[in-house]
Design a protein around this ligand. Structure first.
Ligand SMILES: Nc1nc2c(ncn2[C@@H]2O[C@H](COP(=O)(O)OP(=O)(O)OP(=O)(O)O)[C@@H](O)[C@H]2O)c(=O)[nH]1
Ligand SMILES: [Mg+2]
Length: 444
């Protein structure tokens, strides 16, 4: 979701690093562009202003002008500040002393509460925790069915009552009783949304909160709604007090402003991000990783964690080792592509792979057919070729193209993409993050 911001920032950095020395005016001009880029991405204007101010202050302290690589020093500062406005440290889910740990989900209509309840429940279940969901949304009859269906699909117990004879507070209270009785550790309460914040909604939520004493009150916000999301975040926090946020629809093509401003404006940590409609499309929110993605340097850590969900731990470890030692060959690339297919929205996953930026451009609107082509090319290689892609000569290329129903040019493209990925990956590990960043930006 940060593509255009990433492009803009890379443009600014490109200008900075192409110069030997930088004057104060150069930095000022660059920071003005950074500020514009943030505003265009719909970042809260106070946040953008503060961001640029901090960078300017740090830049003068860190003696950018005396540095031999001033442009890179500025980029390092931008990265640090980005991590800082995104919240600094990752904050995980709290766990109560004794069961049940009640997690109350609140938010506007359509923000993704019910989906988030299932995602969170599935995550906890995968971590071997006992978990139950309760349908406290009695606004729409369909809401209960929606939660029940999600529960059935993912093997999660759902507590519900007849909406004709019960109230949201009653459902919540009884769900807590049942969870305590059954020794269920986590109880997730799905609540009703409203089009806008109103007193009825707030009163209802306050009552549920009083009755259930939740360990976490998580606000579910739709990242696509930009500044409105930020506004509702502040209001919910003032009215009922929230302990964290789940930012949904991060897979959408919004400009990313909400994601960037939410933490700074509300002061409340974002704990998770929703990145798709599927129940497994939930990611932990890590400010440093997100900053890397925004700056276009990939997010190998999240990628590896996602891969761990898909293939077993040994395979994932092996992959990491190979990336470190630049032994990532075509077999690994094939495996990655096959795993990618199971890891949810392709765009999001591609953005996490260092060096994928250029591939992404070539694979515009990456679709299953393209993926199949890549697979076919690799499958047409012999095992020896897959382990030694650099030794694939002209006649081999022709044969591979024939075998996969593609052209020699397409085979060439894939080979150079692989080479670039390999280079980026090893640089990512060997050179430390700063050098890796330079590499991602194509300036080393
Ligand atoms: N692409 C994408 N869609 C999402 C995500 N989270 C939720 N959705 C979709 O958003 C729509 C609304 O989700 P719900 O979970 O029903 O939202 P809600 O907050 O419970 O809505 P109400 O109960 O009406 O207030 C559904 O179509 C979901 O599939 C996400 O992270 N990415
Ligand atoms: Mg709902």
């Amino acid at each position: 979701m940060f593509e255009s911001l990433t492009d803009r920032l890379n443009g600014v950095f490109g200008k900075l690093t192409s110069r030997g020395r930088l004057s104060e005016q150069d930095i000022d001009a660059a920071l003005r562009e950074v500020r514009m880029a943030l505003l265009e991405a719909d970042v809260d204007f106070k946040v953008a202003r503060q961001f640029v101010k901090q960078i300017k202050e740090k830049a003068s302290k860190e003696e950018v002008f005396a540095s031999l690589t001033p442009g890179q020093t500025v980029i390092k500062i931008v990265q640090e500040e980005l991590v800082s406005i995104l919240g600094g440290e990752h904050v995980g889910l709290e766990r109560g002393e004794k069961p049940p740990t009640v997690i109350l989900l609140v938010g506007l209509q359509g923000a993704g509460k019910t989906t988030a309840a299932a995602k969170l429940a599935l995550r906890l279940k995968k971590d071997d925790q006992s978990v139950m969901m309760a349908a406290c949304d009695l606004q729409r009859p369909a809401a209960i069915d929606q939660l029940k269906q999600l529960g059935a699909q993912n093997g999660i117990e759902v507590y519900s009552e007849d909406p004709a004879t019960s109230t949201p507070v009653e459902v919540a209270k009884n769900a807590v009783k049942k969870a305590a009785h059954n020794n269920v550790y986590y109880l997730i309460l799905d609540t009703a949304g409203r089009l806008a914040i109103d007193d009825d909604l707030m009163t209802e939520l306050e009552q549920i909160r009083k009755a259930t004493d939740p360990v976490e009150t998580l606000l579910v916000v739709d990242a696509m709604t930009g500044q409105d999301a930020v506004q509702s975040g502040s209001e919910f926090n003032e009215r009922i007090g929230i302990t964290g946020m789940i930012m949904t629809k991060m897979d959408g093509d919004a400009r990313g402003g909400a994601a960037l401003s939410m933490r700074s404006v509300t002061g409340v940590p974002v704990k998770y991000m929703g990145v798709g409609e599927r129940a497994d499309a939930l990611e932990d929110y890590h400010p440093d990783r997100l900053a890397s993605r925004i700056l276009g340097m990939g997010d190998v850590q999240t990628l590896i964690e996602k891969a761990q969900d898909q293939f077993d731990e040994n395979q994932a470890l092996e992959l990491e080792q190979k990336m470190r030692k630049s032994q990532f060959d075509m077999n690994d690339m094939l495996q990655q592509f096959q795993t990618l297919k199971n890891m949810g929205p392709l765009d999001g996953v591609l953005g996490m792979i260092p060096g994928m930026g250029s591939l992404k451009n070539q694979l515009q609107n990456v679709d299953e057919r393209r993926m199949a082509q890549v697979e076919a090319i690799i499958l047409s290689m012999t095992p020896w070729e897959r382990s030694n892609p650099q030794k694939i000569n002209g006649s081999r290329r022709k044969r591979i193209a024939m075998g996969s129903g593609t052209t020699a040019t397409q085979v060439n493209q894939l080979l150079s993409q692989h080479k670039q990925m390999q280079k980026m990956m090893s640089r990512f590990y060997k050179g430390g993050k700063k050098r890796a960043l330079m590499g991602m930006l194509g300036r080393s």
